[in-house]
Design a protein around this ligand. Structure first.
Ligand SMILES: C=C(O[C@@H]1C=C(C(=O)O)C=C[C@H]1O)C(=O)O
Length: 410
């Protein structure tokens, strides 16, 4: 019996984590689920050391290389076994393991809850099919392949079809970034003009190497053009790097619409696009194992607050419904806090502020405006709610002013 027990293509279960349409946005790489990238055979000892140090710094040593670094005589498969086994022993929750080669498959089958196929392999049907046959959910990443070429939407979806052809429908599409369109004037070269020496890792992607593993060494970096030959190269390089390594959210959305399968946005170590990814329909956010706490916080916040606004759900159980209420309340709290700050500002701007300067006509109009967006409550029910909100804001503002006066008078 396969571990996936997949019924429907629009939701995939990984351990106790459900990813899909109509379900809460998941954050992988944070508290919900871990992502382990297996060390590649070509990893130099320095690269392994460097990766390990990054993991240690972020206090999240899921990145196997280094922690379970290769010692002499160890095969790639043994390395994978050790790394995946160690990760499993440290973490009981959902564990996603990224292959570095076909030799890793047995270790993945033994220890992982899902197999991750990195962008380097999306166009290797043999490996994709072999991974699908493990019977685990498959996370299929799109980005830049081993030769520095961006995998197209069609190729990505063809790889998903390869998985499905093996009888595995538990597929999650993960958009990593890597543009097919050139971003800067100097990069109007067809991909076939590229040689490995034209490629450089993105700034945060660790030591440069033309090995397959290193061109895929960071979730979100991919390989970018080093525009070293053009005169305006330096000016464009930083922009190009950021642009090319960011997930293509329009493409992610298209993949979701075309296939009905759940999609993830790979954010790398930067939470900056978390909100945009959620708004674009991501069912989950994938963070690099070495992402700093701020990136994880940004991803969690987008998956909670923003998702409550842009991703209405239809929960079926009491637990699901309460989870959704918690997210809506989180969004309300953020907005109530912002409203109270604005109301306090207004009290300072008005000739007469506070309760003394209360403007009942303005309050009546704002309730009427809100009732159009909240027809279930209507004016009659909203009026007392907003009266309480407004009075709470005025009380907080008056207390703050009194404190300020005391401080000034001292
Ligand atoms: C903020 C103001 O002061 C008071 C508080 C209001 C509010 O919190 O929305 C509205 C009207 C006033 O009674 C204002 O005049 O706009």
């Amino acid at each position: 019996m396969s571990k996936t027990a997949q019924l429907d293509r629009d939701a995939v279960r990984i351990g106790d984590l459900m990813i899909g349409h109509g379900l809460p946005v998941v954050v992988i790489g944070g508290e919900n689920a871990r992502w382990l990238r297996l060390p590649a055979a070509g990893d130099s000892p320095e690269a392994r050391y460097d990766r390990s140090a990054q993991s240690d710094r972020s206090d999240r040593s899921d990145r196997a290389a280094g922690a379970a670094g290769k010692t002499d005589g160890e095969t790639t498969g043994e390395m994978a076994e050790k790394a995946a086994g160690e990760a499993r022993a440290r973490w009981a929750g959902p564990l996603l393991v990224e292959l570095s080669s076909a030799a890793d498959l047995p270790a993945v089958a033994r220890h992982a809850d899902a197999v991750v196929i990195g962008p380097a392999w999306a166009r290797e049907p043999g490996l994709v099919r072999a991974a699908a046959r493990l019977g685990l959910p498959v996370i299929l990443q799109r980005g830049v392949d081993q030769r520095g070429r961006a995998v197209t939407l069609e190729e990505w979806l063809a790889a998903a079809d390869d998985c499905a052809a093996e009888g595995n429908e538990a597929i999650v599409l993960c958009e990593n970034g890597g543009r097919t369109e050139p971003a800067g004037a100097a990069s109007h070269l067809p991909p076939s003009h590229l040689s490995p020496s034209d490629l450089a890792p993105a700034p945060d992607s660790g030591p440069a190497s033309d090995s397959a593993s290193d061109s895929n060494s960071d979730c979100n970096s991919g390989a970018v053009l080093a525009l070293g030959r053009a005169p305006d190269a330096t000016a464009h390089a930083a922009f190009d790097s950021a642009f090319r390594s960011a997930p293509d959210l329009a493409l992610m959305r298209a993949a979701r619409e075309r296939t009905g399968r759940p999609v993830l946005a790979a954010l790398g170590r930067d939470g900056g696009l978390a909100g945009a990814a959620v708004a674009a329909g991501a069912d989950g956010l994938l963070l690099d194992p070495a992402a700093p706490p701020e990136a994880r916080a940004a991803a969690d916040e987008a998956a909670t607050v923003l998702a409550a606004l842009v991703r209405p759900q239809s929960p079926r159980t009491l637990t699901e419904a309460r989870g959704e209420i918690d997210r809506v309340d989180a969004a309300l709290a953020v907005l109530l806090e912002r409203r109270a700050l604005l109301a306090a500002r207004i009290q300072r701007l008005k000739p007469v502020g506070g309760f003394q300067g209360r403007d009942m006509e303005r309050e009546r109009r704002l309730v009427a405006g809100m009732a159009r967006r909240a027809p279930r409550l209507g004016v009659r029910r909203l009026a007392p709610i907003m009266n309480a909100v407004i009075e709470a804001g005025l009380h907080a503002a008056e207390e703050e002013r009194a404190r300020d006066r005391d401080t000034d008078g001292m």
